[in-house]
Design a protein around this ligand. Structure first.
Ligand code: HEC
Length: 152
């Protein structure tokens, strides 16, 4: 269908709306295509934002096996492969990176505290934020993994 199909005879013109004439019988298929484009664009934006906006209830419980992979990529340099705070960077950092084996670190602190520290960082970024590096699910997973370091 070309534009010539839309040659308008005066009879299909209705009253001017905001100075323009509107066509009474708009093409249903065009309307549908336009609608679909809007829906698709929304979907793409939705998927892009999805990583950041996943609500906590949509996450699986943290999986320490998956968390170990994340930890050994991003956290071990400071917190140490064994979670004791003795990573290669650990020795030179003040304050030292948290020692996850120390029961005192875990005492009286809810899970939400640790999730927040991992997500947003802590102590002016000496503990860096990770919200823009790993997904919310990976934060749950890595948290599940660092809990396994805790000594009774
Ligand atoms: C650049 C070094 C560095 C990296 C990388 C790092 N951390 Fe930290 N982290 C620190 C330091 C330093 C502290 C202690 C900050 C303080 O005590 O003031 C800390 C503290 C913490 C704490 C405890 C906060 C508290 O005192 O209760 C948690 C939990 C934590 N890190 C988790 C992680 C996880 C999970 C990762 C990987 C995704 C990670 N960190 C990567 C340096 C790092």
């Amino acid at each position: 269908m070309g534009t010539t199909d839309r040659m308008i005879s005066p009879s299909v013109l209705t009253r001017p709306v905001k100075g323009r004439y509107i066509v009474e019988h708009s093409n249903g298929r065009e309307w549908l295509v336009r609608r679909l484009k809007v829906v698709l664009a929304g979907g793409v934006v939705g998927v892009l934002l999805g990583g950041y906006m996943t609500p906590t209830w949509a996450l699986e419980p943290g999986d320490p096996e998956r968390g170990k992979v994340v930890y050994n990529q991003y956290c071990y340099k400071c917190h140490g492969v064994k979670g004791d705070g003795n990573g290669e960077v650990g020795g030179v950092s003040f304050p030292p990176p948290a020692n996850f084996t120390d029961p005192a670190l875990w005492k009286n602190r809810p899970d939400s505290f640790f999730i927040d520290v991992i997500t947003n960082g802590y102590d002016y970024g000496k503990m860096p934020p990770w919200w823009d590096v790993i997904s919310k699910q990976e934060i749950q997973d890595v948290f599940a993994y660092i809990k396994t370091f805790r000594k009774k």
